[in-house]
Design a protein around this ligand. Structure first.
Ligand code: ATP
Ligand code: MG
Length: 297
């Protein structure tokens, strides 16, 4: 096999590319934004890579030296699992923050494998919050109040919020708490379907509840450069959202999908795998944009 290795084959090109990126990203430190950036990772479509994106971008930013909080705002608790954070029913969690007004400082835990990365875990209890919230005062702003109070007394660079695949009160709380929306788009069938609904919802929130909210970032996920379909979806998304779409797509990768079963992000599980490099590169783009905003004022 090695004898017949041909530098012109796509595999060899890909390995070269990965090696180059690994060198380029080695030891890179990201610049802090002027203010804490609060970003919600949202898409009401299920299984598009929201949680995978939230945990891996968070871990990549932290491994670039920034202090990062990941708020798991999904009763499934997948982000908590991926960060190796305990979240059985009854664990102090985002449920307590939203429903009982427990301060975030009482529930936030450090991620065992990544320095500077912290997690506000979600438990299955959070599934009841959607209903409990309906009759509560300030039901749309409870997460915002908690995050604002916590961030004011700490030195976080980034707060990322992982949302459930629905537009209930939990997602609305995330839209009100954040300034920015990061939308992962899966490079497969019907990717753009539902996107206009999502954008309408963001506009509604901006009009009524949070004038600062905007879609700052779109990330193409589960990209397979060998298929025309992936290419088409990517071209379409870039044509519609040239400013927001990150240059780096996230490839389909087995390493990415198996990392959570080890309670890890792909950044710690296999740091120089293609999937990890892609998330580190995407995180670098996100951080560079934040730093540019510093320059503008
Ligand atoms: N780049 C990738 N390569 C391979 N598998 C991936 C990739 N990104 C995500 N996956 C897998 O796809 C599935 C869905 O991903 P994920 O849980 O991140 O989506 P989600 O949008 O958070 O889902 P939900 O809507 O249920 O919250 C998971 O099994 C995950 O491991
Ligand atoms: Mg999820």
């Amino acid at each position: 096999m090695v004898d017949s290795f041909d530098a012109a084959t796509p595999l060899a090109t890909q390995l070269d590319e990965e090696l180059r990126l690994a060198r380029e990203l080695r030891g890179v430190r990201f610049e802090s934004p002027a203010q804490t950036r609060v970003i919600t990772v949202s898409n009401q479509k299920g299984g598009v890579g929201k949680t995978t994106t939230a945990v891996n971008v968070a871990a990549a930013l932290a491994s670039g030296g920034l202090k990062v909080l990941l708020v798991d705002n999904d009763p499934q608790g997948n982000a908590s699992t991926a960060l190796g954070i305990e979240h059985h029913s009854g664990t102090p969690s985002v449920y307590d923050v939203i429903v009982n007004e427990t301060p975030l400082s009482e529930i936030v835990r450090p991620c065992p494998d990544v320095d500077n990365l912290y997690c506000a875990p979600a438990t299955i209890d959070l599934s009841g919050a959607e209903i409990e919230l309906v009759s509560m005062v300030a039901r749309e702003t409870r997460l915002k109040t908690a995050i604002d109070n916590y961030v004011a007394a700490s030195d976080y660079d980034y707060v990322l919020i992982d949302c459930p695949p629905s537009l209930g009160l939990l997602t609305i709380n995330a839209f009100v708490a954040a300034r920015e929306v990061l939308i992962p788009i899966q490079c497969e069938y019907y990717a753009l379907e539902g996107l206009s609904q999502l954008l309408k919802n963001v506009n509604l929130i901006r009009a009524h509840l949070n004038g600062d909210l905007h879609v700052s970032t779109i990330l193409l996920t589960m990209y397979d450069k060998r298929t025309n379909l992936s290419q088409q979806v990517a071209d379409d998304v870039r044509a519609h959202f040239p400013e927001q779409t990150l240059r780096t797509p996230i490839p389909r990768s087995v390493r990415i999908s198996e990392a959570p079963s080890f309670g890890q992000t792909v950044i710690t599980y296999d740091r120089n795998s293609a999937g990890s490099l892609a998330y580190r590169s995407a995180a670098r783009e996100i951080a560079e944009r934040g730093a540019k905003e510093n320059g503008n004022g």
